[in-house]
Design a protein around this ligand. Structure first.
Ligand SMILES: O=P(O)(O)OC[C@H]1O[C@H](OP(=O)(O)OP(=O)(O)O)[C@H](O)[C@@H]1O
Ligand SMILES: O=c1cc[nH]c(=O)[nH]1
Ligand SMILES: [Mg+2]
Length: 214
């Protein structure tokens, strides 16, 4: 199996996620909670980040510490909703580079449309972190993982807030078995409804962050 799945299990995550789900939570608080949840998730998502030894002098003695090894990690929010996770991630990884992928699922066919990308062409040796709050059918994440892999990404880690079992199953069945990747989510929900929305979920993440756009 090439996919590693981590479902966070922490009281702070559960508390913040419950407020996030509440339909009466306004956009301003919703954005702040997304940021806080990502920072907690990022701690776990960066556990295998490559580091190298570095000399450091404390006021008492010289010693050897660690620093994040090059090349710089790459953070890739999937527009639109993934943008809401960017601040929380960069606050923990301030030296990372940021690239952008604009992907939209057609709500009637559920096909994935890639409408924007601003990423280095060559991702050889890069540790990549995808950001997208919702993993529903998995179509968007399958496309994003293949996109990064084709450009040579060394590692691919996806930070999500809510995932559906149908999406996890699709990732396991559809992503090229030669690709190793890690998916983290704050919750694994029950199922998808007829419109492929996650149940109980939190509704449309993009709309709750930024308002409705046709
Ligand atoms: O797992 P899937 O079935 O592919 O669905 C998940 C995708 O749907 C949402 O984005 P959406 O297409 O609504 O775009 P938006 O972020 O611009 O609202 C969400 O942010 C994911 O990118
Ligand atoms: O429940 C869902 C599914 C896809 N996209 C969302 O924003 N929410
Ligand atoms: Mg949306």
């Amino acid at each position: 199996m090439t996919m590693k799945l981590t479902v966070l299990d922490h009281p702070l995550v559960d508390h913040k996620l419950t407020v996030l789900r509440d339909k009466n939570t306004p956009s301003s608080l919703f954005r702040r909670l997304v940021s806080e949840l990502v920072t907690l998730e990022a701690y776990e998502a960066t556990r295998d980040l490559a580091v190298e030894d570095v000399p450091v002098e404390t006021p008492v003695a010289p010693t050897v510490g660690k620093r994040i090894a090059g090349p710089r990690p790459l953070i890739v929010p999937i527009l639109r909703a993934g943008l809401g996770m960017l601040d929380g991630m960069t606050s923990l990884l301030p030296t990372a580079e940021v690239g952008f992928l604009g992907m939209k699922r057609d709500e009637s066919t559920l096909d994935i449309i890639t409408y924007a990308n601003r990423l280095p062409d060559d991702l050889s040796g890069r540790q990549c972190f995808l950001l997208d709050p919702m993993l529903a059918t998995g179509g968007t994440l399958v496309a994003a993982i293949h996109y990064l892999h084709e450009r040579g990404a060394k590692t691919i880690t996806s930070l999500n807030i809510i995932a559906a079992p149908e999406g996890i199953k699709r990732l396991r069945e559809t992503v090229d078995p030669s690709i190793d990747f890690h998916v983290l989510t704050c919750a694994l929900d029950d199922h998808l409804n007829e419109q492929a929305y996650i149940v109980p979920g939190l509704g449309d993440a993009g709309d709750r962050l930024y308002g409705v756009v046709d």
